[in-house]
Design a protein around this ligand. Structure first.
Ligand code: ADP
Length: 735
């Protein structure tokens, strides 16, 4: 999201005239005036020391960031305001429409950082929701379809088909050859009619010869069509496979914040549906287009030679068809974009409900879900029907306009035959050529539809392929043999950078240390470990492992040395064996069994009918929470990680199992740097140090005893849990 607009020339000159030496850090527009009416010329300009409000090319307000109060962006009903407040007063600085709301959140945070003497500049990796050029709302992609232009589409299509250019060329040549054969067939037919049939100059031998030659020509045409179709189909499958591969790899490579912004259903739709549309486009349009155009040109030249007046008449109604095509182009594209968007929504709903089927069923909400799905499905069907109805009217209309010229040929050609200026053979040949001219033209009337669908799909595919990961990796990546020293240097991070979840975290962790992370729900505990796992990148500050910036470490090297056991254990569809082996693909069966034994999973796995080969479905539906967690622990153990992350790793276990697993984890964490989040604070008693996160900061840090003595947040959390436990015990005793 742009936080540094370039001022229009008159505004820039006016600003520089008054403040020639000011370095502008943020510059954003506002669009509502003091009277609540739309105004298009407001600007908020901020340097490290001052904020200026510009309207009508004049600075109407100037304030000192350090002394005049804090900035805050507030969301009101249908608009937003930027206010500046200090102890004595609150002042509205600017009013703006909702389209600028996030922008103002970022800038007010940036200005407040300057007020705290920090020099970091807030950046936003959030996407624009409106096109900066034309102001239209973007259709779920980062580019404006209106402003992008067709050149970009063609370039992208070319990039996708470039690896197959020789195959495309061969298909086009084959089609040209088959068109050449058809052209010759019509010529041969004319000669037969004019030279043999009309003067009755031949016998049965000539007729038979004609039949055989025509049959041979047809068989050759048939063979070339079969070969062309087979090549095109194989090529199409390869193209869509290639697109799916690219998309899938890109989605895997992108950071979680990208996936956060999109639903699984939408991404699935792009990988499957959109790749098919592009395949169809290339198969049907590109493979035949070149040869069809060349054929049309040839045919038309021959027609001109035979009878130029009649040839021109065949094209008389083409401008009508062209006019219809051009005039509906934009409309068709808009309809397709809407259809794909709705397709995403309905796919997403379906995906959500199916993966959450247990929750739906356990709350008895099947009817409600069916109703919701039906509603979306109905809307989708309506858009689709509208689209198809539109197309069903348009296509026959254009085919008729194109083909109507044939009636002119019959009339004027017939007159020519009667007056002797045209032979019957020539008329037959001419009609055959007109057919050859019209067929590709009518097929091309499909072009707007095909192009519209492909443009939409290409936009959606490149929207993912062009996405830059917000994990900014340094150029030279190193393979690091991690020992486990971890250092947080002034790390600030928020899922939206204007709203930090963690602020200025400084922490030194020694190799082999176990750090317990404690804090209320939503304090930022998981966020802290997400940063260590490099799932997100800090907005400012650095995380160092063994003195090397996390951004510089090669992903394979990093992830092969980090072991993770999360609260929600995800098991992939596959066997238990495969699920454990995930962390070390070359592990032997013995190693896997050993890891399962340490995790306390071996016994229950052996009791399952298929043992280690037991198939666990999506999310491991067939296993209990505790069993799934033990498999996840075995998975982490197998990787022999140097850094271990336990996020509520024993939360789904009963007390007895938890005790066993704690023991196993105790063995596992020896010598490994460990970060453990646990709801039950008693499980963190053995941690070397406990860090309490509160109010975005590291509020307390020390050993269990030190923190108890301090009588701060940790002390209160522990006593609250103890009280709860004793109440529970009393209740159980009463029962
Ligand atoms: P904890 O682990 O302490 O319960 P989290 O680190 O999960 O807390 O979350 C900290 C804050 O960040 C919460 O306010 C939460 O709503 C928010 N948050 C967590 N994940 C995301 C996300 N993917 N996108 C936006 N906000 C998030």
């Amino acid at each position: 999201m742009n936080l540094q607009y370039t001022l229009p020339e008159p505004e820039r000159l006016a600003f520089e005239h008054n403040h020639p030496k000011v370095h502008i850090v943020y510059c954003i527009p506002f669009d509502i005036g003091e009277d609540g009416n739309w105004c298009g010329d407001g600007w908020i300009i901020a340097s490290e020391t001052n904020v200026f409000v510009m309207k009508n090319k004049q600075i109407v307000y100037e304030t000192d960031i350090q002394n005049d109060g804090e900035f805050e962006c507030l969301k009101m009903d249908g608009c937003g305001v930027l206010i500046q407040k200090n102890e004595s007063q609150e002042k509205i600085i600017a009013r703006f429409s909702m389209r600028h709301l996030s922008r103002f959140y970022y800038v007010s945070r940036g200005i407040n950082l300057f007020a705290k003497n920090r020099t970091d500049v807030v950046e936003s990796n959030e996407r624009e929701k409106i096109c900066p050029t034309c102001g239209r709302v973007l259709p779920g992609t980062s580019e404006c379809p209106k402003c992008t232009g067709n050149g970009r589409f063609l370039k992208r299509i070319w990039l996708l088909m470039r690896p197959y250019k020789w195959k495309f060329l061969m298909i086009s040549l084959l089609m040209l050859a088959s068109s050449g054969i058809s052209i010759y067939q019509a010529q041969f037919q004319r000669q037969f009619i004019d030279d043999v049939l009309i003067p009755k100059s031949g016998g049965i031998k000539e007729v038979l010869l004609f039949g055989v030659i025509m049959l041979l020509i047809s068989v050759t045409g048939l063979l070339s069509t079969i070969i062309k179709n087979r090549w095109t189909t194989v090529l199409g499958s390869k193209i869509s496979m290639n697109i799916r591969e690219k998309l899938y790899s890109k989605i895997q490579a992108l950071s979680l914040s990208f996936v956060d912004k999109r639903s699984a259903g939408e991404l699935m739709n792009r990988i499957t549906g959109d790749s098919i549309h592009i395949r169809e486009f290339m198969e049907q349009v590109f493979s035949g287009l070149v040869s069809q155009i060349v054929t049309m040109v040839f045919v038309f030249i021959i027609m001109l030679i035979i009878n130029w007046k009649l040839a021109l008449l065949t094209l008389a109604l083409i401008p009508v068809a062209a006019f219809i095509s051009v005039s509906i182009k934009t409309r068709i594209r808009r309809i397709f974009r809407r259809q794909r968007r709705f397709d995403d929504i309905s796919n997403n709903r379906l995906q959500d409900t199916l993966s959450g089927i247990r929750v739906v069923k356990s709350f008895g909400k099947e009817e409600m879900e069916i109703e919701r799905f039906l509603k979306i499905n109905k809307e989708f069907a309506e858009i689709q029907a509208f689209n198809e109805k539109f197309w069903a009217t348009y296509f026959p209309l254009i085919t008729f306009s194109v083909g109507a010229g044939v009636h002119l040929i019959s009339y004027f050609g017939g007159l020519g035959v009667l007056s002797g200026t045209f032979t019957i053979g020539q008329l037959t040949q001419f009609s055959a050529y007109a057919g050859m001219l019209y067929a590709p033209i009518s097929r091309m009337s499909f072009l707007p539809r095909m192009i519209a669908r492909a443009v939409t799909s290409v936009e959606r595919i490149y929207d993912v392929l062009d996405e830059e990961s917000d994990i900014q990796l340094e150029e030279s990546l190193v393979d690091l043999k991690i020992s486990g020293d971890i250092c947080f240097n002034g790390v600030t991070f928020g899922y939206h950078s204007y709203e930090p979840v963690l602020e200025e975290i400084n922490l030194q962790v020694k190799q082999g240390e176990m750090i317990g992370i404690v804090g209320s729900s939503g304090a930022g505990k998981s966020t802290l470990i997400n940063l260590i796992m490099r799932l997100y990148t800090p907005d400012s500050g650095d995380i160092l492992i063994d003195g090397v910036n996390l951004k510089k470490i090669n992903a394979d090297s990093l992830y092969s040395q980090i072991g993770v056991v999360l609260q929600e254990t995800f098991l992939f569809s596959g066997s238990i064996f495969e699920n454990i082996r995930f962390s070390k693909p070359d592990a032997t069966l013995e190693e896997i069994i050993q890891a399962a034994k340490i995790a306390g999973a071996h016994d229950f796995i052996c009791k399952l009918p298929d043992g280690y080969n037991t198939y666990v479905g999506e999310s491991g539906n067939t296993l209990s929470g505790g069993e799934r967690q033990r498999i996840a622990i075995a998975r982490a153990i197998l990787g022999d990680p140097r850094i271990l992350i336990l996020d509520e790793a024993t939360s789904s276990l009963d007390t007895e199992t938890e005790y066993q697993i704690q023991e196993a984890l105790g063995r596992l964490i020896k010598g490994r740097t460990t970060f453990a989040i646990a709801h039950r604070l008693s499980t963190l008693r053995n941690a070397d140090r406990i860090m309490v996160i509160d109010n975005q900061q590291c509020a307390e840090i020390g050993t269990h005893e030190e923190l108890l003595q301090k009588r701060g947040i940790y002390y209160h959390l522990v006593t609250a849990q103890l009280e709860l436990k004793s109440k529970e015990t009393k209740l159980t005793n009463k029962d």
